[in-house]
Design a protein around this ligand. Structure first.
Ligand SMILES: Nc1ncnc2c1ncn2[C@@H]1O[C@H](COP(=O)(O)OP(=O)(O)OP(=O)(O)O)[C@@H](O)[C@H]1O
Ligand SMILES: O=P(O)(O)OC[C@H]1O[C@](O)(CO)[C@@H](O)[C@@H]1O
Ligand SMILES: [Mg+2]
Length: 460
């Protein structure tokens, strides 16, 4: 049993080989008919040698091994199978998008619709309006290749999205009422927990409905997968804000450019944007606590840096330093996520206040908050390709009868990962790993490891 009380499908082999397999409709519905995969007669694919994925193909989770290491955990390789468990004419698919926006959402929607249509001949695809609650409180939209043909060029999601409103039983009732038999759920960690609940309820009711998740998270906080779609686009867009901060900071005496980037619990966007830019002198993320006052603190670093260089750029992830920003009431959004205090604004006030009080140095600070600008844009070329492949993998998986899975990239290979595996924990920057060290050595910022006594607490 996993921590959510779901049976894990483990297959063990020699030398410590473990396959963490994904559920299949035939696990709980017996004697399901199968059909030849229509791709066999598809003009585009029929010429491709070994187009179908071999039953036994799996992908290793850890690829750095020692001579005597066990072979370890593997995931099923994604891709089309020889046999499918749905007759195309019988498929009635739906797509829903939940949680915050992310570049590439429309591409995933487009490619699920086009993949189903052009690869499998499925014509009935509906879009659920505005997230999970759309299953029972909104109308649906019909999705055809024509409707979605150019949506990948637009940011956001044409279906709309929302937080909260997940009522498993009502959602599954609706799936049953509408005779939907493939559910594609695009969203982050919360959404995939919702997808897992839907899958379990569908299985409890014994329905022939495949549930496929496509992980979406601009924060890159989904574990196991190499990275989430839209992440690169967001990092790229963040460069524009950092460049502006740099231009502002270098154009005045003792200029400071402060940029706040997304990252609720995970600082990947801030870390990668910093590494990409090289103009950043200090990067602050939720995983690495910092302090302001005293020896080794942020103020000391700023002062020293300004004296030596005359300007500086600071990038802060929205979830960083939340313990420092004093406020009494903790608030949550509709999904139960902690509502963050505006650390960027707070920090800009604190730095200004500190230097004004100290009277040693006059500074000019410009605060740039591009929060929503980095996620409300269309995917760049590489994220478009990535989103396309994730969507196609999800379609192949659902057609092959797999369920309760997400399609995800593991060590550069497309795989099917059990839903429960990615909802158990969040992916975070490990500050004892080499990537954080690379980042620190690019900025030369303090590690903030040894706060002097009495300076770590909220300062107001
Ligand atoms: N534990 C859970 N069980 C069932 N549904 C959940 C759970 N957590 C969240 N959800 C539902 O999933 C949807 C999206 O959740 P949330 O707002 O946390 O965004 P997310 O998918 O984590 O995306 P992101 O955080 O990247 O914006 C909401 O409709 C919420 O009700
Ligand atoms: O304002 P919203 O839509 O709730 O989204 C903000 C949150 O969404 C995220 O981008 C995750 O999708 C977080 O980084 C951020 O805290
Ligand atoms: Mg989330």
């Amino acid at each position: 049993m996993d921590s959510n009380g779901v049976d894990m499908k483990l297959v063990e082999g020699t030398a410590g080989y473990v396959l963490e397999d994904v559920p299949h409709l035939s696990d709980y519905i017996h004697d399901l008919p199968t059909y030849p995969n229509p791709l066999q007669s598809n003009a585009a694919y029929s010429v491709v040698r070994q187009y179908f994925v071999h039953e036994d193909d799996t992908v290793m989770e850890k690829i750095v091994v020692h001579k005597d290491s066990p072979r370890g955990t593997h995931f099923r390789r994604a891709g089309p199978r020889q046999k499918v468990y749905f007759k195309p004419a019988d498929v009635r698919a739906c797509i829903v998008t939940c949680g915050g926006l992310c570049p590439g959402l429309n591409t995933v929607i487009r490619e699920i619709v086009c993949g189903l249509h052009f690869m499998y001949g499925v014509t009935e695809v509906i879009g659920v309006d505005c997230g999970f609650r759309g299953f029972y409180s909104k109308n649906t939209v019909t999705l055809t290749p024509k409707v979605v043909s150019d949506i990948h060029k637009r940011g956001g999601t044409i279906l709309g999205t929302s937080r909260g409103g997940h009522d498993t039983s009502k959602i599954v009732d609706n799936i049953q009422d509408r005779e939907i038999n493939q559910v594609y759920i695009i969203g982050g960690d919360g959404t995939q927990k919702g997808a897992s609940a839907i899958y379990k309820e569908i299985r409890r009711r014994g329905l022939k409905v495949a549930v496929a998740g496509i992980p979406k998270t601009i924060d890159n906080d989904i574990p196991v997968i190499d990275k989430s779609f839209g992440f690169d686009t967001a990092v790229e867009e963040a460069q524009r804000a950092i460049n502006a901060a740099h231009v502002e900071a270098t154009s005045v005496e003792n200029g400071i450019g402060l940029v706040k980037l997304m990252g609720r619990y995970s600082g990947f966007i801030a870390m990668y944007a910093t590494l990409a830019s090289r103009d950043v002198d200090c990067c602050l993320i939720p995983e690495s606590p910092f302090y302001l006052e005293g020896k080794g603190g942020l103020y000391e670093f700023i002062e020293k840096h300004l004296r030596e260089n005359g300007h500086m750029v600071i990038v802060i992830a929205e979830g960083a330093g939340q313990d420092l920003v004093a406020e009494s009431i903790e608030q949550q959004d509709a999904s139960g996520n902690k509502l963050l205090k505006d650390v960027g604004l707070w920090m800009s006030l604190k730095i200004r206040e500190h230097f004004a009080k100290q009277r040693k140095m006059e500074i000019t600070l410009k605060y740039i908050d591009p929060t929503y600008m980095i996620r409300a844009i269309p995917a760049n070329a590489s994220d478009n390709v990535y989103s396309t492949l994730l969507a196609q993998s999800a379609v192949h998986g659902a057609m092959a009868g797999y369920t309760g899975f997400i399609s995800g990239l593991v060590n550069g290979r497309h795989t099917y990962i059990p839903l429960n595996r990615i909802t158990e924990k969040q992916n975070k920057v490990v500050i004892t790993d080499r990537m954080w060290a690379r980042m620190l050595s690019s900025t030369n910022q303090p590690s903030f490891m040894n706060p002097p006594q009495g300076t770590t607490e909220a300062t107001e």
